[in-house]
Design a protein around this ligand. Structure first.
Ligand code: DX5
Ligand code: ZN
Length: 214
């Protein structure tokens, strides 16, 4: 699945951005709070409006402090998938259950330097694992290939445990990096600058999809 990140779109024309990537599987929405990461983007009111403006399922990636408190609200606002960072959560399992109870898929995200091993057991409480392939906070950064062993570990764990879990990669995904991520076992690919930096975002989505299957 391809999930274009609106972080690289024109924030004054988000509905147009969504329309330009009509064949996208998910629309990736980066929520940043100036605390968990040194950048500030958008919050619940914008997610509510986007949900009204597009039929593409919203994939909310919360890069915020205290997700335990805020994450379920994004499910109530219409997000299809709500992912929060394990580094910021006080009780990841409880928060996953609250997100699911509010009607969305629950996702756990790990920064590039955060090991996966301590969290393998809780993954059965989640629908999505988002492995960051750049430091969270900004679009347009270079893909970190050192993270690929973690993607591989996640895929092996999913296979061995027969889990139903999406393995999503986010950061620096472009035509020249998506194959390595797919080969390592990712099945959801977030791409910001590679999609909204292209002349034709819709065609960029299709090109990434083809490349991921190569
Ligand atoms: C970074 C965000 C990403 C970002 C990716 O913190 O989580 O979703 O939009 O942008 P690119 O694809 O340009 O690396
Ligand atoms: Zn993201």
């Amino acid at each position: 699945m391809i999930a274009p990140s609106i972080l690289s779109a024109d924030f004054a024309r988000l509905a147009d951005a969504a329309e330009s990537v009509g064949t996208a599987d998910w629309l990736h929405v980066d929520v940043m709070d100036n605390h968990f990461v040194p950048n500030l983007t958008l919050g619940l009111p914008v997610v509510t409006s986007l949900h009204r403006a597009t039929g593409i399922p919203l994939d909310c990636h919360l890069m915020i402090d205290d997700p335990d408190r805020w994450a379920p609200g994004y499910a109530e606002a219409g997000a299809s998938n709500v992912t929060f960072h394990v580094e910021a959560a006080a009780d990841a399992v409880q928060t996953a259950r609250a997100i699911r109870a509010a009607g969305a898929l629950a996702g756990l995200s790990v920064k590039p330097g955060t090991p996966l091993d301590p969290y393998l057991e809780v993954l059965r409480e989640f629908d999505t694992l988002l492995v960051m392939t750049v430091e969270p906070g900004f679009g347009g950064q270079a893909f970190l290939p050192d993270v690929l062993p973690k993607v591989r570990l996640a895929r092996e764990h999913v296979r061995a445990g027969h889990l139903r879990l999406f393995v999503e990669v986010d950061g620096g995904i472009a035509p020249d990096t998506i194959e390595a991520a797919a080969e390592a076992g990712a099945d959801v690919f977030v791409a910001g600058s590679a999609v909204f930096g292209a002349d034709d975002p819709g065609r960029a989505v299709e090109a990434l999809r083809t490349q991921a299957r190569a």
